[in-house]
Design a protein around this ligand. Structure first.
Ligand code: AHR
Length: 494
């Protein structure tokens, strides 16, 4: 036995907001165009221009919320270019991402259509960097006003009679960088001004999210909370997991144990970031009214050889599955402050769920973690104390096992576990306090013998969840053996 998980099943610590399982789709590379949108005339099967295979696969993730249109693209996006007859829509240059032509065929109406198909709530990011207050204000009016107004009339002329429901609205993106290179003092003032005119029409109530800090820019959080805290519902935070560093990124494949260890360690850094940003927020907002919205996170590797560097297309291996699992556990832990996260990005960009090549599609290990972990959405967090051995590499160490335990409304308990050690099993004693022996136990495991394991268009099922059987029930709970490099989700039915 090299570890224990002590679960107090009658001690509920809080609830996981399902929006922690949110996604992000930007006009970047092949995320929107090809990955999601192929157009009504495409030979690729589609529904109103949105590809059917990708939507069907994504529906299995129960995506709660989808952020769009960026990212850096959001602060150059002018929404009026993306409505009305497609042939008349403005063709612009996507200066941030590869300098390619953006034909604006995927705009506001198409985005809401996609959200409806996925059953996801929309999260729209408005343009502060290069847009006007009036432009942002009119976008909100166009989308949400039910009555007689110039924007509502225009929406109706474009085929949508009733307004859409829109809750999540971002007031700019990365305004310390691609969103305008601002100082926090200046952005805080702009936030106050822009959000004033993003109105709540009828019973549509916006949840307004301010552009937040980059990684460990604690001063940004301090200034925003001090100057505008009372006017925001959410504050965003961005942090990517980048083995090597920003200037010297590495390939997604072809790594060794040193990079494996570094990636795990850098994933765990999210815990420190949230703790420290939350501590600042607590001083201004002790009641935790303002959510921390981690609306960009995930791995960032070098683009795949032979692809456009501006498209941020990368492969996705078992290593990415751990980045997902470790982050989701950290978000669970901070369920009181973290109210939404959006992994970057949903299709074909950075740490994607799905990769496409023409009409072909492949599910990534990250997709499988999101599918396995979806049982945690909106579930109660149970108190769980994990003691495991450590995973040591060249004098540094991290915990070998990360775990999270939740209970759904129907009483089913789910325990997810990540054994990050590439060479050692984790044998765990699970004590279930306050629970009769469960009537049924079942589980699934995502693992492989090779840390580079990934799916390709030629071999799309190299890595996928399998049934997990390495457990036995005991008088006080369970004994588990987690294989090296494994992500496991167990279900305990009372
Ligand atoms: O997700 C890719 C980019 O990363 C986003 O556009 C930007 O917000 C961030 O820098």
């Amino acid at each position: 036995m090299n570890g224990t998980v002590l679960v107090n099943t009658d001690w509920v610590q809080g609830k996981i907001n399902k929006n922690i399982y949110g996604q992000f789709a930007e006009h970047l590379g092949r995320c929107i165009y090809e990955g999601l949108w192929v157009g009504e005339d495409s030979a690729i099967p589609n529904n109103k221009g949105i590809r059917t295979d990708v939507v069907e696969a994504l529906k299995k993730l129960s995506i709660p919320v989808l952020r769009w249109p960026g990212g850096c693209f959001a602060d150059e996006y002018h929404w009026k270019d993306g409505i009305g007859p497609k042939e008349a829509r403005k063709r612009m240059v996507n200066t941030h991402w590869g300098g390619v032509v953006e034909n604006n065929h995927f705009g506001t109406h198409e985005f809401f259509e996609l959200c409806e198909m996925l059953g996801a709530e929309p999260y729209i990011c408005g343009n502060v960097g290069s847009g006007t207050v009036q432009e942002m204000s009119e976008w909100v009016e166009y989308m949400t006003f039910d009555g007689e107004s110039p924007m509502a009339k225009w929406r109706q002329e474009n085929g949508r009679e009733k307004p859409w429901k829109l809750t999540y609205f971002g007031v700019g993106n990365e305004n310390w960088g691609c969103g305008g290179n601002m100082r926090p003092e200046y952005y805080a003032d702009l936030y106050r001004r822009y959000q004033t005119y993003a109105r709540n029409y009828g019973d549509n109530k916006l949840y307004k999210i301010a552009g937040g800090p980059n990684v460990d820019d604690y001063r940004w959080t301090e200034v925003l909370m001090r100057e505008a805290g009372h006017l925001l519902d959410g504050l965003s935070l961005h942090n990517y997991t980048i083995p090597g560093n920003w200037e010297k990124k590495q390939q997604a494949l072809g790594f060794g144990e040193a990079q494996w260890f570094e990636t795990m360690k850098k994933s765990l850094y999210m815990d420190e970031l949230i703790t420290r940003h939350s501590a600042i927020m607590d001083r201004y907002d002790p009641a935790k009214r303002v959510g921390l919205i981690v609306d960009e996170w995930g791995t960032w590797f070098l683009h795949e050889p032979g692809t456009n560097p501006g498209f941020l297309y990368q492969q996705n291996s078992l290593r990415d599955a751990f980045v997902a699992g470790l982050h989701l556990h950290i978000f669970h832990k901070h369920h009181e402050r973290v109210q939404m996260t959006n992994i970057a990005q949903m299709v074909n960009v950075l740490q994607a769920m799905i990769l496409t090549e023409g009409s072909k599609m492949v599910l990534t290990p990250t997709y499988h973690v999101f599918e396995m972990f979806k049982v945690h959405q909106d579930a109660d967090v149970l108190a769980a104390n994990v003691t495991s051995g450590t995973y040591e590499y060249e004098g540094e160490q991290i915990p070998q096992v990360s775990a999270s335990v939740t209970r759904q409304q129907n009483g089913h308990i789910h325990m997810s576990l990540c054994n990050v050690h590439p060479g050692a099993e984790a044998v765990l004693k699970v004590e279930l306090r306050g629970l009769e022996a469960p009537a049924r136990v079942g589980g699934r495991v995502l693992t492989a013998g090779d840390m580079q394991a990934h799916n390709t268009f030629a071999q799309p099922e190299q890595i996928k969840p399998e049934e997990f059987t390495a457990y036995k029930q005991t008088s006080s709970g369970l004994e588990l053996t987690l294989p090296p490099m494994s992500v496991v989700v167990l279900t305990l039915e009372p």
